[in-house]
Design a protein around this ligand. Structure first.
Ligand SMILES: [Zn+2]
Ligand SMILES: [Zn+2]
Length: 83
């Protein structure tokens, strides 16, 4: 799938503009999509797929990772207080 224009600003991609491709495969201007994701929502403006789940702590998709939490706790406890 090849998009000719950015769905956010509805302007065509120009050769020297920085474009950014989301995990869902849709492409937008980097500036446009960065602003969109930061200020509006973490969904692809085009297909509403969730993007960038690595940033942001609120993963509430039932995909919590208790093992990792445990590890983090253990690590935190294992660190001796500064003496
Ligand atoms: Zn754009
Ligand atoms: Zn998309």
């Amino acid at each position: 799938m090849c998009q000719a224009e950015c769905s956010i600003c509805i302007e065509a991609f120009v050769a020297d503009q920085v474009a950014r491709r989301l995990e869902c495969g849709h492409t937008f201007h980097k500036e446009c999509v960065d602003t969109w994701l930061l200020e509006r929502s973490r969904l692809c403006p085009f297909c509403k797929a969730v993007v960038g789940d690595e940033e942001g702590p609120n993963k509430k998709d039932g995909k919590t990772d208790p093992a990792k939490e445990k590890t983090d706790l253990t690590v935190a406890k294992a660190v001796p207080p500064a003496a």
